[in-house]
Design a protein around this ligand. Structure first.
Ligand SMILES: C[S@@+](CC[C@H](N)C(=O)[O-])C[C@H]1O[C@@H](n2cnc3c(N)ncnc32)[C@H](O)[C@@H]1O
Length: 295
C-alpha cells in the first residue's frame, strides 16, 4: 500500500497513514468541498459560492498527488457523482464569468484597457487562457500564415483573440449557440479585431475543415466523436489538430476527452496543465484504423 504514496508530495505522510487510507481521506475531502460548493450554489449567495469553488479548485490544482495517486482518487468509490457535480458547477461558473466579461466589455469606455487591467479574480481567469494559448501556439508551431478554427469558442473568444494577438494568424471561432455566437461577434467588433477573427454560429459537426491549417477542439465541445469524424472527413492531410482535455484531479473541473472519441486521431504529444492551469492540450496525429474501427 505505502508505495502508492511514494511519488507525490504527500510521500512525507506515508509514515503516518497507510497509503490507501491517506488517498481515501483525500477523496473524502474533495467530496466534502464539492458538497459545500453545491450547497452555496443553492443558497444563492454568489460570494460564498465563489469562495467555495476557489477552495475546491485550490485542492484540485495543488499537484500534491502523483499520477497513479490521482488516478486512485478519481476512480475511488462514489467519486463519479462528485465529479459530475463538480464539472457542472465549474461549467456554470465559467459561463457566468464569461457573461459578466462580455457585459463589461460592452459597457466600459476602453475595452482593450479593461481586458489588460481588470480586477484580480477575473485577471486570473484571463491569465490562465493567455498562458494556455501561448502553450498551444508553441505546441502546434502556429504562425502568421496559419488559418485556425476553434470549435466551442463560447461568448468570450479569449483563446482566438490570443492566437491573433500573439501570431498574427487568422482565426474562425465556432460556437453552436446563436446568442453566444452573437455576443462573441459583438466583443470582436468592439475590440476592432474583425479583420482577423470571425465568429461563426455553427455546430462543429457541420463545419468544412478543408480550409484550415490548424484545428482546435475545446474541452466542452461535444459530441467529440462526431466532431472528430467530421474533421477526419473534411480536413487537409497536413493540418495540425489539437484537442483540449484534463488529467488527474483537474478532471473534477472539466470532463476529460476520451481517447476513443478522437479516432481516427491519436494523441502524439501533450502540453500538460500544471500549477494554476486547468487544461492540457493534445496534439493529434492520424492513424489508420483496423476493420473493426480500433486504432
Ligand atoms: C463556455 S465555452 C468554454 C471554452 C472552454 N474554456 C474551452 O477551452 O473549451 C464552450 C462552448 O462550446 C460550445 N459548444 C459545445 N459543443 C459545440 C459544438 N458541437 N459546436 C460548436 N460549439 C460547441 C458551447 O455552447 C459553449 O459555449
Amino acid at each position: 500500500m505505502e508505495e502508492r504514496i511514494q511519488e507525490g508530495l504527500l510521500r512525507g505522510l506515508a509514515g503516518f497513514y497507510p497509503g490507501s487510507e491517506l488517498l481515501k481521506r483525500f477523496g473524502d475531502h474533495i467530496q466534502s468541498l464539492v458538497e459545500a460548493a453545491e450547497r452555496t450554489a443553492e443558497d444563492g449567495d454568489p460570494e460564498r459560492h465563489i469562495a467555495a469553488l476557489l477552495a475546491l479548485e485550490a485542492v484540485l490544482l495543488s499537484d500534491l498527488l502523483s499520477d497513479p495517486e490521482a488516478r486512485e482518487v478519481v476512480h475511488g468509490e462514489d467519486m463519479q457523482a462528485a465529479m459530475a457535480t463538480s464539472q457542472r458547477l465549474f461549467a456554470d461558473f465559467e459561463c457566468r464569468l464569461e457573461d459578466a466579461f462580455v457585459a463589461d466589455i460592452d459597457r466600459v469606455k476602453d475595452p482593450q484597457r479593461y481586458l489588460s487591467d481588470c480586477d484580480s479574480e477575473t485577471r486570473g481567469y484571463l491569465a490562465r487562457y493567455r498562458a494556455l494559448a501561448a502553450a498551444e501556439i508553441a505546441l502546434a508551431g502556429i504562425g502568421p500564415q496559419d488559418r485556425v478554427v476553434f470549435v466551442g469558442a463560447g461568448c468570450l473568444p479569449i483563446t482566438a483573440m490570443e492566437y491573433v494577438r500573439r501570431t498574427g494568424c487568422r482565426v474562425d471561432a465556432v460556437e453552436i449557440l446563436r446568442d453566444r455566437a452573437a455576443q462573441a461577434g459583438a466583443v470582436i467588433d468592439r475590440l476592432g479585431l474583425a479583420d482577423s477573427l470571425q465568429v461563426i454560429a455553427a455546430d462543429g459537426r457541420t463545419v468544412d475543415f478543408a480550409e484550415y491549417s490548424v484545428i482546435l477542439v475545446g474541452v466542452l465541445a461535444e459530441p467529440k466523436a462526431a466532431i472528430f469524424a467530421r474533421i477526419a472527413g473534411s480536413t487537409a492531410a497536413d493540418s495540425r489538430v489539437l484537442c483540449r482535455t484534463t488529467e488527474g484531479l483537474r478532471q473534477f473541473i472539466y470532463k476529460p476527452t476520451a481517447p476513443e472519441s478522437l479516432l481516427p486521431y491519436q494523441a502524439q504529444t501533450i502540453s500538460r496543465a500544471r500549477g494554476f492551469q486547468t487544461l492540457s492540450t493534445l496534439c493529434l496525429g492520424r492513424v489508420s484504423l483496423k476493420p473493426d474501427g480500433a486504432a
